[in-house]
Design a protein around this ligand. Sequence first.
Ligand code: NAD
Length: 359
Amino acid sequence: MNFNIAVIKGDGIGDEIVTQAMKALETVGAVYNHSFTFTDVLMGGCAIDATGVPLPQETIDVCLKSDSVLLGAVGGPKWDTLPGHLRPEAGLLGIRSAMGLYANIRPAVLFKPLKKACPLRADIADRGFDMVIIRELTGGIYFGERGRRTTENGVEAFDTERYHETEIRRIAKVAFETAMTRRKKLISIDKANVLESSRLWRETVHKMAVEYPQVEVSDMLVDNAAMQLVKDPSQFDVVVTSNMFGDILSDESAMITGSIGMLASASLGDSKRGLYEPIHGSAPDIAGQDKANPVATILSVAMMLKYSFGLPKECAAIEHAVDAVLQAGARTPDIKDAETTQVVGTRQMGELICREIGK
Ligand code: NAD
């Protein structure tokens, strides 16, 4: 089969990591008899430089016509002083909105060979963990009413956390259904002791729980969740939470896997078309130096194969290849430890994974 993929390389390390992920897809295509047609489009800082806006209409059009979208990362110090609506990150929010992507799925797995890179105590890391964080992506405080006003005591700024029952229901449905394919344990994270929007969140999740009697559901306050993630991450299976809490907790879960360079994500809406990207940013500090870990982006295209193209075997082939390369000892600088003997760059890590897929 042929699949059309819109490719947004973005800024910083985007080009380097996306190139390796495209090679992984091509290798999968050669082994399993699929083809992929890639169309490059601009978003972020490079789009601002070329067109004056972070998300040109052409990019939206190409993405909406594609079977799926692969994104590297956007942003960098060059564009940090622009007004909010013209910053590269506005492109991210814009494309998620334009594609109707309301569910962000972020697996956080501690790969066995990377236990030493996990910053948690050895006895905690030894237990391992394998969780999926489901973050609501198009509602809440990142999209709520915001502004500044002048008061008699000076300038005041505000942002609004707001959730509609339907937004909570549709993200909770993704979470319940994901839980059904895993260990059937769902933890809903909120701040219901303080926030009214969280109380509605909790009520709605509980109302839905009756439709999924096999799933064990519990609530956790976000401050406790931040602690539990470092105390005993093995207790989590599927987590569902709001946009801002998910943003913060998924970075925390990334860190305990050893490196932000290992974690993939999928953003999905009602159709099969999704946006697949590593969870990290554009890492301007290492851009262009062949130091970036391409694994998060490579695992993101594995998720694309499974969620958007219905190709679980091909997804597993990439995941096994990553595991095998790590087992064999190859490490990019972000995941190396005292015992590492084979430090590799972005390109070599990509090549090793492709070679393994092709075996
Ligand atoms: P970052 O994720 O880019 O980098 C944080 C740290 O992790 C840096 O030390 C970086 O070198 C390292 N790192 C990140 N990805 C890595 C990889 N693949 N391999 C090895 N090391 C890696 O976060 P930041 O520094 O806070 O942000 C840099 C820029 O990226 C900012 O402009 C920010 O707005 C943007 N950003 C974009 C996205 C996105 O495009 N989805 C997400 C987060 C941040």
